[in-house]
Design a protein. Structure first.
Length: 131
């Protein structure tokens, strides 16, 4: 009679958060909100939008705004430096889910990432997009 060995589940654990940096600051998103991390997309600027809106780009047959979470105190300009990635996320806002991309210099994932990072103030950031 053959012995049956039960193999442990070798699938990798899903991280709880996606940690990313921008201009020396750390931010975290729940992993369930992150759709994909892509090389920084080429954007089309949108005239008369606040500085937090870097532009729009096409992703999966839709138009996605690229936002920066780091702006200077006057909110009319962003911290200098070229981001390397776009973190595409589906985030809740006003009772619905919207897709946005956030600029990132580096991206990590892990269980404790949320404790190491600043909260993203979605209400403030997305209010800028709506304006």
């Amino acid at each position: 009679m053959d012995d049956i060995l039960e193999m442990p589940d070798s699938s990798p654990a899903v991280p709880a958060h996606c940690l990313f940096t921008r201009a020396g600051r750390r931010f975290a998103l729940p992993a369930g909100q992150v759709v994909e991390v892509v090389p920084l997309p080429r954007c089309t600027p949108v005239p008369l939008t606040p500085a937090a809106v870097r532009g729009i780009f096409s992703y999966a047959d839709s138009v996605v705004p690229l936002l920066t979470v780091v702006a200077t105190e006057d909110q009319n300009s962003v911290v200098p430096g070229q981001a390397q990635y776009g973190v595409i996320a589906d985030v809740p806002w006003l009772g619905q889910t919207i897709r946005v991309a956030l600029e990132a210099d580096s991206v990590l994932a892990g269980e404790a990432a949320g404790a190491l990072a600043e909260d993203i103030q979605w209400a403030e950031l997305l209010a800028v997009v709506k304006a």
